[in-house]
Design a protein. Structure first.
Lengths: 375, 375
């Protein structure tokens, strides 16, 4: 079995250990004579792995039992959270502030506006220089650029823009400073890829299919006090409070996806947790960015140095013909997923947790060799 | 590897063939050097299996390319459809009719009412004799008992009440007659377990975790003309039209769950499709109901003969002590999942598509033997 080097943006590479564990027990899980996906979600066998996924997540985030925060697993992905976030916290006459630095921030805002219009609330885009025009997507805002409305119910940010390859806060103590309003952050594409302090956020969320599992499950970490203030007159299935109260078992959860998240988190924990993986992630990103910066202009990265993502490295070649040739060479070398998002073109190497330093080095080596022979 | 006899109500038994296929290609799918769950959902490799799942579903339902109906895969389960159904079709001043014969019909109504209240619409329960009181859950209504509001935007029914073990239409040409209003039906627990005519429904839906796959995905089959009439001012992620238009690829779908549905549907297709499995399902149910009816009152089924479900067979023993003893004996015999739902007690044998005739026979044999020795 030859496994490829997978640089896909998500769904993305998973740790081989997590997959092997799933394969070995696919038809007989823990001696139950059933697959984990055939187990009742109310049964003791499944409940154990469900709890373990919750516990590992708290541990990896550094949350103790005393921390009044709930970890929730939901379906629908981050895209659905864009809408349910507004449903849970926006009432008639209230407003929330959205910081957008790219495609995902924009989508979050559009869905919030759509719901806000239904109930007479509003979702407002925070103005800053990089929020529109040619510079959009080339950097994240500096905290000093952002002014939030005093009465905003929450401030929404995106910590890593997957399509543009920008990421916040790597040289700051916190992403987008520390608003006094409740801070809600979409961390889909860098969740558990770097150390953060979850206590600085009222709510953070992440689709699993980048760093922590397969698609089909999204994680929320929410301050219980913030949850107290949520709307109770929306359908139960959309209330975060419903799911927090029921330990993510209000309705049938995506059991196999949560089981796989458990496998991935157990792998991460055994590897030394988030500090250890962040070290690897920084090393991987440096390998690829160095190959870009030392190419004498053959490769270019449109992102300003301070905002360069360690999760998604975007770069261009001199022409689309060069890019097609490079893509073919990468596939020849056993690499997949390097084509940039269709909306921006170019190349993108996603270096999520499950991508090894060796794979990043192989990519950097290929880039150098390719520049030498094709430059 | 000893596989148990799994009578769970859902998540439930899956065909061994579908699981073996998943196991064998878990780390290297179709020679791609990746798991199917590591593939980009926009890539050709995944798109093929995604399309195959849609195509198999149409084929098994007997829908041709000419049928103006869309098959959609969504997240959130049937419980979320309870809410999104109202969001898609209820506007201020409109109302929908709900027929409830049990716990799931009730839940569908409660979620619809909750949303309806938000927008000034209404969800009305259709009155009939078995809708409340002691008889609730012991039978399905007869078509002649139901009168629908002339201006109902749709009529909602539940074809099989999983908890109570009741099912409609087995001796009728259609479930709940044929309302002239658009008919929306929750078929979660008997979908593809019996032959139906999908053209008689404006929308039918089913969580996968009973007959067609793991939890984490729900299927909708919707008349395109009905979809035309849906609300376009709700968040995009909740609009069925968004997902129909994008072939269930508007946002990242639960790729592995859809792949497993494909595996299960391919198994069903090879087995002879729905007519063949319905024959098995009727045979399985007869084995267990006969064991009940021929026990001289040791086992009793509270459900009226005409409404007895072929998917979920509920029965009681003379006392809770007898029930505990029977449960222990069944576990001893390698059977799991026979405990009834906590809200009603007793026993429940779920005989979904993946449960073999041999397993149903083993259960019936055990029941007869147990009655003989413990009766």
């Amino acid at each position: 079995m030859t496994r490829v080097m997978n640089f896909s943006a998500g769904p993305a590479a998973l740790p081989e250990e997590a997959l092997l564990r799933a394969r070995d027990e696919l038809l007989d899980w823990n001696g139950t004579g059933m697959s984990v996906m055939e187990q009742s979600h109310r049964g003791k066998a499944y409940e154990k792995v469900h709890q373990e996924a919750h516990d590992l997540l708290r541990k990896l985030l550094g949350l103790t039992a005393d921390d009044k925060r709930s970890v929730i697993f939901l379906q629908g992905g981050a895209t659905q959270v864009f809408a349910t976030l507004a449903m849970n916290f926006l009432r008639a006459g209230t407003s929330a502030d959205y910081v957008s630095a790219g495609a995902w921030g924009d989508k979050a805002l559009v869905e919030a506006k759509s719901y806000a219009a239904m109930v007479g609330a509003s979702a407002r885009e925070v103005r800053w220089e990089g929020a529109e025009g040619a510079g959009k997507g080339t950097r994240m805002p500096h905290p000093r650029e952002l002014v939030f409305a005093e009465d905003a119910v929450f401030v929404h940010t995106t910590s890593n823009e997957t399509i543009h390859g920008t990421q916040v806060g790597l040289s700051e103590s916190l992403p987008f400073a520390d608003p006094k309003q409740p801070h809600v952050c979409d961390m889909s594409s860098d969740f558990l890829g770097r150390v953060i302090d979850p206590r600085k956020f009222s709510l953070l969320y992440a689709g699993a299919q980048k760093n922590i599992g397969p698609s089909g499950v999204v994680v929320l970490v929410v301050d219980d006090a913030f949850l107290e203030a949520s709307c109770d007159d929306i359908p139960s299935i959309f209330r975060y409070a419903t799911h927090a109260k029921n330990g993510s078992l209000y309705n049938t959860p995506p059991t196999f996806a949560i089981y796989l998240v458990r496998n991935v988190l157990a792998w991460l924990d055994a590897k030394g947790g988030v500090p250890a993986i962040e070290k690897d992630n920084r090393a991987k990103a440096k390998l690829v960015y160095d190959a870009i910066d030392e190419s004498g202009g053959f490769y270019t990265c449109p992102v300003e140095a301070e905002s360069r993502s360690i999760m998604n490295v975007v770069f261009r070649l001199p022409s689309e013909a060069h890019e097609a040739k490079f893509l073919a060479a990468s596939e020849q070398a056993g690499m997949v997923g390097l084509k940039g998002h269709r909306s921006v073109g170019g190349m993108r190497a996603s270096l999520y947790n499950a991508v090894s330093v060796a794979h990043a080095k192989a990519l950097a080596d290929l880039m150098r060799e390719h520049a030498r022979t094709s430059g």
